[in-house]
Design a protein. Sequence first.
Length: 330
Amino acid sequence: MSFFAVLLALLIEQLKPLPRDNWVHRTLMGWVAWTGRNFDAGRERHALVVWCITVLAPAAAAAALHIALARTSLLAALAFDVAVLYLSLGFRQFSHYFTDIRDALERGDEPEARRLLSEWRHLDTSALPRTELLRHVIEHSLLAAHRHVFGVFFWYVALSALGLGPAGAVLYRMAEFAGRYWSFKSRTLDAPVNERLMLLSQRTFAWIDHVPARLTAFGFAVVGNFEEAVNGWRRDAALWSHSNDGILLAAAAGALGVQLGGQPIGGVAGDPSRVHLGGAESPASGPSGPTLSGTVPQTGHLQSVVGLVWRSVVLWLMLAALLSLANVLG
């Protein structure tokens, strides 16, 4: 059932994507803010309490509702899974900006592309040369694809196999969003935040994302230039301070034949109501230098990114279909 749920959710999302500013993200933001405001008293143990309520409670609720529906009707349980996946998984949750930036660059409107990237990443991009502009778009698009598609995919399939339905998708999405929210609130808005809560959220999401990030990197290697992707993974992943992002981006750079990494650009204050739009308040930038192989980013690499991501989606869907078939025949 997991294969059909993912497939249907992706198809529905392509036909009826969520808009940029939608009620789902506003609800998530309100929930994370409410749990922090009501359960965080600033002590060390409160950080764990807030995180558990913020992340584990929705995941447990999703599992309980799936189990209750499955006892009544498998179709009802499937419909529930598709609905949850539609809200938590999909390209259109981050591809609005990517498509608009690519269109702006293709028609030669670099100021508009910089404005869109600045709005997307909450960064000052006014002085970026074209190659650096393209690099940031490619890096952030790859990370957003992983966190909005492959990471959710992995945890949904993993916990669905245990009979917990969409609990994995909710777990991954809430953990990613919580870590991003507290980091954004602290660094960009300069608002008071329980530092223990922020660090716990980031560290816990890094653990949750450990296996999915490596599977995504492996998928990029399989559907791209395998040898260069593996070489880049082994040689260049340490350029990034966060190992999950470093492995994913180094492998993607080799698979695409493009140089990624370089000096970060400074952040600027953003609108807190739009924190969800970035796909990740990403620590991906900040490596000591670019990857050692590949060419400097060009506009054509943006289309290559799209092809790489879609081929990876097909790969993992085929594997999920084979696992579902083996489960049925077994």
